[in-house]
Design a protein around this ligand. Sequence first.
Ligand SMILES: [Zn+2]
Ligand SMILES: [Zn+2]
Length: 333
Amino acid sequence: MKQAFLKAPFMVEIRDVELKAPGADEVVLDIKACGVCGSDVNAAQASAAYHPFGHELAGIVEAVGSHVTNVHVGDRVAMESSSYCGDCPACRNGHVELCDHKYVPPYEGFAEKIVVNARALVPIRSLSFEEGAIIEPFGVAMDLVEVADIQLGDEVVVYGAGPIALLAVRLARLKGAGHITVLAHAHSQKRIELAYDYGADEVLFTDQVSVPEVLKGRNIQRVLVTTPPSTVPEAVSIASFGGVISVIGIAKTPEESKCTLDINYMHFHRLQLRFSHATPALFFPLCIDLIERGLVDVGKLITHRFTLEDMQQAMSAVRDDKQTVGKVLMVRE
Ligand SMILES: [Zn+2]
Ligand SMILES: [Zn+2]
């Protein structure tokens, strides 16, 4: 079968590889849709060697191992990018989000098929495969918003306008945020349009205005950061007394991962800097519910669709089509 491999700078190679036989607990999935994640874009800029990629996927169960009972041949499913074990002390103490014995499936979604432990698979019910491929990043956005603990009427600022940020805007709106400001680059036209669609009240262009100046005097209770660590000090500085800053943005390199914070300032402003890391991947059933009920239209995020053979173009689009890109998917017939 065919599988895509990625390395820097934005180079994709399609190779013929042998599909391994599924073990007793495993499933062969015929992949129908797989999304390009921000972490794939980071890898496309930083990874020295070719590696398989893709962890936001949905497909059809094609074969099951002898012990598999939760899914059946023909089921339409999405894949959790990591799954809690259910057996470790954290899981048994009721804190599956703290599981330290997670199952992580192979991140090999840009391929025709994948062999994966059945426990990572969740039926997508009436959703399309494209919507199914958005569930994983949707769950990531949900974790970011849960960590921020948005309260009714809160003024919220969201750093970034990528798919995670946009879905977080929608969720913040559903959570009852009072006013939502999105900080985006002015060239991100499609994403700015989507930000308003999902419920933002205003979008500020970070390349055109000084954000702290524009937001001066506002009562910003929650700040969601999907941008690199270099933006965290500013995010901390705009939060009002007692504010919560929820961060998911990561760096491409160890150097870019560092930033300087004024701890006295944070202490005397009673700020809470929190980190979201949606591992294990949770909330798939809730995400499916929200999509099915029409509360979150994830389909309109998708702006670009490519075949597996055209994954080079897909990665180039993410790099080059700043104006028009929302979410980029690989789709298969
Ligand atoms: Zn991802
Ligand atoms: Zn566990």
